[in-house]
Design a binder for this molecule. Structure first.
Ligand SMILES: Cc1cc2nc3c(=O)[nH]c(=O)nc-3n(C[C@H](O)[C@H](O)[C@H](O)COP(=O)(O)OP(=O)(O)OC[C@H]3O[C@@H](n4cnc5c(N)ncnc54)[C@H](O)[C@@H]3O)c2cc1C
Ligand SMILES: NC(=O)c1ccc[n+]([C@@H]2O[C@H](COP(=O)([O-])OP(=O)(O)OC[C@H]3O[C@@H](n4cnc5c(N)ncnc54)[C@H](O)[C@@H]3O)[C@@H](O)[C@H]2O)c1
Length: 501
């Protein structure tokens, strides 16, 4: 562990009576054991682990502590989605014999105050962010607010939010700078030409103080579906424009089709094989999206547009070339299975390295680096089990291989698949939330579970039960013969296996 550098060449300029100069030079040339760029779900715990191991550690953050997950990703969206679910169930009250206005109405009237919905979200984000800042302080991490870029192989230049630029060097540098929303390519598109707050991305839409009258969502992936259903439930008309032939392109076709049925039943219009060609001002509505699809060109007048067509890595400001760090054609940092970049002093973790872009993956990258660099372990990302949950309602939980992936990966093995509608699950029927299906993919000979999907009520939690079995190498007959409490959602794991084909 080294201390602050005072380059000999500059010492002569220091006048002992002028501490101001000393301070400038001290902060301009500082050496650390570890520098972490980006305070996301990988960067924050990693910086704490290094500081707690008595390494001199700096964490550089250009925006706010906590990264995407806490500030504009998981935390705020799941908080907003909770409001949407309350609106949905309140409206459906009469189906359960519960009325808020006229007894015997087909549906309850629901009023949504978007400012209250938004405030609830802001409060939770603030509390999570403040908690993270406190933990960093307690761990002894030096938090520097500014934008980092490489000057050379081991020097980081920081354009600080307050104060002069800093040059920092380190024995080890970790890049965890995440991703940001992509803007779909459209000729002549200029966001500034539209009324403020009408052309939105996944961050700006969370600050709406009103419910859109018609929201056009561009992109039918995780972000498009979560926000599309949320705003439909809060009262907006919603159209989802999806370039591909199915929603959620990575899912098996029947799961994506079931998701489409669910969303259409909720009143969302879905245009598949369709992409925007232009967005323009309209005489009667703030924006109008021109789309091109199977049936030619059409125009979608809207109050608001949401870009949810993927995300791009925050790498272009890092000047990676100066440090000899290579990236892919899509600008993600290239790493090996131990997260080493092409510069032996630099590692990359989280979304910025490409691959599955989830908080738990960024956090697992941190765990790997902590084990390998601070505890002399040798973990690798190869064959890591990747679970995820899309927080639509019902949720889509998935772990391991999809059917098409299993067949591609093991062409010589017999793959069996079980698909069971959620309407076979007693608890789902009792709560009148039986939309969806669950699907298991297994190796016929060994009876190992290769993958599992649940698009159903609490699909993420059911999936996690199966994930636990997969982690422990528990084969499907054990789940089939287990005693699950009745009537739990888990007891569906007694029954699904009888559908294996
Ligand atoms: C709307 C939305 C909902 C999501 N919901 C979920 C969910 O439910 N579950 C889930 O698992 N994942 C979800 N995700 C994805 C998840 O948020 C990300 O995978 C995760 O936050 C990535 O963490 P990270 O540590 O890689 O980077 P980030 O959390 O993105 O952190 C990167 C940090 O680096 C900073 N930074 C960037 N460049 C520089 C620089 N040059 N200098 C200094 N600092 C810099 C940024 O300001 C940022 O704070 C969601 C994402 C979005 C957008
Ligand atoms: N619950 C969660 O875990 C969660 C929630 C939100 C986001 N995320 C993470 O954030 C990432 C980014 O989410 P996302 O939904 O923006 O990206 P995505 O890649 O998952 O989906 C983007 C979708 O937009 C479509 N698309 C792309 N260009 C288009 C165009 N020009 N016109 C119409 N459609 C177009 C794609 O076909 C795709 O279906 C996700 O991959 C996920 O890792 C996770």
């Amino acid at each position: 562990m080294r201390n602050t550098l005072h380059p000999a060449s500059l010492r002569g300029f220091l006048k002992p009576k002028i501490p101001f100069y000393k301070e400038i030079i001290r902060t301009m040339f500082t050496h650390y054991d570890a520098i972490i760029i980006g305070s996301g779900q990988g960067g924050t715990p990693l910086s704490m682990a290094f500081a707690q191991a008595k390494h001199k550690t700096a964490l550089i953050e250009s925006s706010h502590v906590g990264g995407c997950c806490i500030n504009e990703g998981c935390t705020p969206t799941k908080t907003l989605i909770a409001s949407g679910r309350v609106a949905y169930l309140s409206r459906r009250g009469p189906q359960y014999g519960v009325y808020t206005n006229h007894v015997n109405a087909a549906m309850n009237d629901v009023q949504v105050n978007m400012e209250v919905v938004r405030q609830r979200k802001r409060d939770i984000v603030d509390s999570f962010r403040n908690g993270s800042e406190r933990k960093l302080q307690d761990a002894g991490v030096e938090l520097i607010f500014g934008t980092a870029c490489f000057k050379d192989e081991h020097t980081i230049q920081v354009r600080c939010k307050d104060g002069p630029e800093k040059s920092l060097t380190a024995d080890r540098i970790f890049i965890c700078s995440g991703e940001r929303p992509a803007i779909p390519k459209m000729d002549g598109f200029n966001a500034a030409a539209f009324p403020p707050g009408t052309v939105l991305d996944s961050t700006s839409i969370q600050e709406l103080g009103v419910v859109p009258s018609h929201l056009v969502v561009i992109g039918g992936g995780y972000i498009g579906l979560e926000f599309g259903q949320l705003f439909r439930r809060l009262g907006a008309a919603v159209t989802i424009v999806q370039r591909g032939a199915q929603l959620l392109p990575r899912e098996d076709a029947e799961v994506a089709e079931m998701m489409r049925n669910v969303l259409e039943e909720d009143g969302i219009r879905i245009l598949l094989n369709t992409a925007p060609t232009a967005i323009r001002s309209h005489t009667t509505t703030p924006v109008s999206v021109l789309v091109s699809g199977q049936n030619g060109q059409s125009e979608l007048p809207a109050s608001h547009v949401l870009f949810a067509a993927g995300r791009v890595p925050n790498t272009e400001f890092l000047n990676l070339g100066a440090a000899g760090i290579e990236s892919t054609a899509r600008s993600h940092i290239i790493t090996d299975t131990q997260l080493r970049t092409t510069n032996s002093r630099v590692w990359a973790l989280g979304d910025v390295k490409g691959g599955p872009a989830f908080t738990h993956i960024s956090y697992d990258d941190f765990r790997l680096l902590r084990t390998n660099l601070l505890e002399e372990g040798s973990l690798s990302t190869a064959d890591r089990l990747v679970p995820y949950v899309v927080y639509t309602d019902p949720q889509l939980g998935h772990v391991g291989l999809h059917e098409h992936e299993a067949r591609e990966k093991f062409p010589d093995r017999e793959i069996q698949v079980a698909s069971m509608p959620m309407s076979y699950v007693a608890r789902a029927l009792e709560t009148d939330e039986s939309r969806g299906l669950m699907k298991a993919v297994v190796d016929a000979e060994s009876k190992q579970i290769l993958g599992f999907t649940c698009l159903g009520i609490e699909g993420g939690e059911i999936m996690s039960l199966v994930e636990m079995a997969m982690i422990g190498g528990v084969k499907w007959p054990v789940l089939q013969n287990a005693v699950w409490a009745h009537p739990s959602l888990a007891e569906s794991l007694n029954n699904i296996w009888s559908f294996l084909k």
